[in-house]
Design a protein around this ligand. Structure first.
Ligand code: IMP
Ligand code: MG
Length: 185
């Protein structure tokens, strides 16, 4: 049933597509880090679901890890990145001399990942790599690439699997394109 606050969602990646891709990503990551212990740093809120599935998949491949979180935001309820990143909650892991994998849901303009990388590099990790489930190359406003990326996504606003619009839809197990509200019938 639709009400005035519902949006039109079109599925882009099913839950099965996502799980398959995470298996492939974690195989590459586990091979690159060769069963060493790593520190995973998830960017909240968007990465929580991806991080949960990725860590279980990495565990199954023999990788040991510690897990920490950093809460950043740039969006508010807008669809476009403001470019102004705010730190809401600091990381509580000491990552000095550690192998760190930064995890985010989506790389769009690049502002968020760039901010998070500079922030973590100030803490002198031995290695810093980045993984994102989704990459939207068309949205890039600065030079920033992830070391590992799940899907190259179209130029559309996506929700589900941790991604929200105004706080909604994070709980969906799939990823959908959110139609422009002006397109609503
Ligand atoms: P960037 O700073 O523009 O690269 O955007 C990265 C952050 O913006 C991600 O961590 C997401 O939380 C959010 N974001 C970017 N694109 C989308 C989208 O299509 N849907 C929902 N959130 C998005
Ligand atoms: Mg995010």
């Amino acid at each position: 049933m639709m009400n005035r606050t519902d949006h039109i969602l079109t599925q882009l990646y099913s839950s099965e597509d996502i799980q398959k891709r995470i298996e492939q990503l974690s195989s590459r990551i586990a091979a690159d880090f060769r069963a060493e212990e790593i520190d995973l740093v998830g960017l909240l809120n968007g990465s929580y679901m991806f991080l949960a599935d990725l860590t279980r998949s990495l565990h199954a491949k023999g990788l040991g890890m510690r897990i920490g979180f950093l809460t950043l935001s740039s969006y508010g309820a807008e669809r476009r990145s403001s470019g102004r990143i705010t730190l809401h909650q600091d990381l509580r892991l000491d990552i000095r001399n550690r192998k760190v994998l930064l995890v985010d849901d989506i790389l769009d303009s690049g502002y968020t990942l760039q901010f998070a990388c500079s922030y973590l590099l100030e803490r002198s990790p031995a290695v810093l790599k980045t993984v994102v489930l989704l990459d939207k190359p068309s949205g890039r406003r600065l030079h920033m690439e992830a070391d590992y990326a799940g899907f190259s996504a179209p130029n559309a606003f996506l929700v589900g699997y941790g991604l929200d619009y105004g706080g909604k839809y994070r709980e969906r197990p799939d990823i959908c394109i959110l139609a422009d509200p002006s397109e609503k019938g």
